[in-house]
Design a protein around this ligand. Structure first.
Ligand code: IMP
Ligand code: MG
Length: 188
């Protein structure tokens, strides 16, 4: 698995610092609010597990799963809900959507659209990684861990074809790994 990594982009130490920084910003901003942290499966679970422990105000958590990718490295542009929130009634909730990476922005644009229609009190985005160069949709993160260049990254929850999620760091995947043949559908 390690042989497939070109270079480490964010070490475990750097990820810890990012999580602490975002956790304290969120703690400050959500004092006295009705915070519901929504993790977008599956890529954000590792980040979510760390981030929620760095948030020091009361919150509940929920999960959504959408798919926008095949097993390749580029979005298909078609997003669909695989799993909705357990608690679909978000009226009065201050939703914080937690994503692993903001790439084209198509996934988050779609999520914001369907969740806003349910009239939450507020809705914000927290992303671990941001690839601003690749943006197609008009979406900006309210909380962003790190801006990264346009390279395909894996680890700390992020996958390529469902693999590498368990790496404890974020690394750039070697091109030859994804330039081999691939088909099929997987969760984002
Ligand atoms: P978007 O809709 O293009 O913004 O795509 C967002 C989703 O694509 C993320 O939640 C990831 O699951 C996936 N994704 C985008 N870039 C990468 C990457 O470099 N590595 C792994 N997954 C990625
Ligand atoms: Mg993915």
């Amino acid at each position: 698995m390690l042989n497939d990594i070109e270079k480490v982009l964010l070490s475990e130490e750097e990820l810890k610092e990012i999580v602490e920084r975002l956790g304290s910003q969120i703690t400050k901003d959500y004092e006295g609010k009705n915070l519901v942290v929504v993790s977008v499966l599956k890529g954000s679970v590792v980040f979510m597990a760390d981030l929620m422990r760095a948030i020091k105000v009361p919150c509940s958590i929920d999960f959504m799963s959408v798919s926008s990718y095949g097993s390749g490295t580029k979005t298909t542009g078609v997003v669909k809900i695989i799993k909705d929130l357990d608690n679909e009634v978000v009226c009065g909730a201050d939703l914080l959507i937690v994503e692993d990476i903001l790439d084209s922005g198509v996934t988050l644009e779609y999520l914001i659209k369907i969740l806003s229609a349910r009239n939450p009190n507020s809705i914000k985005i927290c992303t671990l990684l941001d690839k601003p160069e690749r943006r197609k949709a008009n979406i900006k993160a309210d909380y962003s861990g790190a801006k990264i260049p346009d390279a395909f990254v894996v680890g700390y929850g992020l996958d390529y074809d469902e693999r590498y999620r368990n790496l404890p760091f974020v690394g750039i995947l070697k091109r030859q790994v994804y330039e081999k043949k691939h088909t099929g559908v997987s969760d984002s």
